[in-house]
Unconditional design. Structure first.
Length: 326
């Protein structure tokens, strides 16, 4: 059985920059409040008329172009998103079509902030068993799901896309060498959009805010996310047979700067091995890990044999971690 290599990666953030002072003024917060609590200076919002498929395509196109691989060789597209163009049909077939992936299957995956890691682990398995390249894209336009009167979601969420193209390699030790996926359904309601599903159909919605994001207990979200991200990371390293000292790069979900440094500390991974984009790009849910993986690569290129630990948690609660050997 062959190994798996990332042969191309890509990222995209919309042009509109939204600095903290815009949000602080709207919510009546003192200057510097957001940065002190989240580590975020600014975030990006999609332009009017810019849909999820539009930003996903830009990240995917970059990954494909950098790989030099024929688009006809890609056998599957996995699109991790919580904000598709429509509830039906899924957005992945449209993205595959616009990327000219003529021989690829395509499906949406809704794993909230952990969605990319679920897609990555499944893609890695498909590459190993079928010897066919897989494109994984994670993208979200969360700015249109923010309740502007809700401090918890207004200060964090953003829009972005990231992508990785996986392909077979003769190096059997490359690819996902340890992974652990988890869920904590007892915390199902911590982060939610109440309306629009089968529980509360659009026809029953009386309050427009029911189709916007709600995060009523930020402390519980923070504690739950730290616990599940740390546990999944430790289990993934154990499955890979590696100590934390073997990790060359830690890419946690970019939810909160304090959360990321806490997780690095709990895992005993030096802070200088942490890759982060949260300061200028905020939290784009499932997109943050592949976006950060790609956006930081020019300044800090990956080398053969590097061990990249990725971990995330999000609504549901869903969580997971993966150890990827470059």
């Amino acid at each position: 059985m062959s190994g798996v290599a990332i042969v191309g990666h890509g990222h995209y953030a919309p042009e509109r920059v939204v600095p903290n002072h815009e949000i602080e003024a709207r919510l009546g917060l003192e200057a510097g409040w957001i940065k002190r609590r989240t580590g975020i200076d600014a975030r990006r919002y999609a332009a009017e008329g810019e849909a999820l498929s539009d930003i996903a395509i830009k990240a995917g196109d970059m990954a494909l172009a950098r790989s030099g691989m024929s688009r006809d060789d890609v056998g599957l597209l996995l699109l991790a998103t919580s904000t598709p163009d429509h509830l039906l049909p899924p957005s992945a077939p449209l993205v595959a079509h616009r990327l000219r992936l003529s021989n690829a299957g395509a499906i949406d995956m809704a794993g909230a902030c952990a969605g990319f890691l679920y897609a990555l682990t499944l893609a890695d398995s498909f590459v190993r068993t079928q010897a066919i390249p897989v494109l994984v894209i994670a993208a979200n336009i969360l700015s249109r799901r923010i309740n502007e009167s809700d401090r918890g979601s207004s200060v964090l969420f953003a829009d972005a896309a990231g992508a990785v193209l996986l392909a077979p390699t003769e190096r059997r030790d490359a690819g996902v060498i340890g992974a652990h996926l988890a869920s904590k359904g007892q915390h199902y309601d911590l982060i939610k959009i109440p309306g629009g599903g089968s529980r509360m159909p659009f026809s029953q919605i009386t309050d427009p805010k029911d189709v916007l994001m709600m995060m009523e207990d930020g402390k519980a979200v923070y504690q739950g996310a730290v616990a599940i991200m740390t546990d999944c990371a430790e289990r993934s390293l154990a499955k890979a047979g590696l100590a934390p000292s073997a990790v060359t790069d830690l890419i946690p979900h970019q939810a909160n700067a304090r959360m990321m440094t806490t997780i690095a500390h709990q895992l005993d991974i030096p802070a200088n091995r942490l890759r982060s984009t949260i300061e200028n790009f905020g939290n784009s849910s499932a997109a943050t890990i592949p976006f950060t993986l790609s956006a930081t690569a020019e300044a800090r290129p990956y080398k053969q044999g590097d061990v990249v630990l990725m971990t995330a948690a999000g609504a549901g609660l869903t969580g997971g971690a993966a150890v990827f050997r470059w």
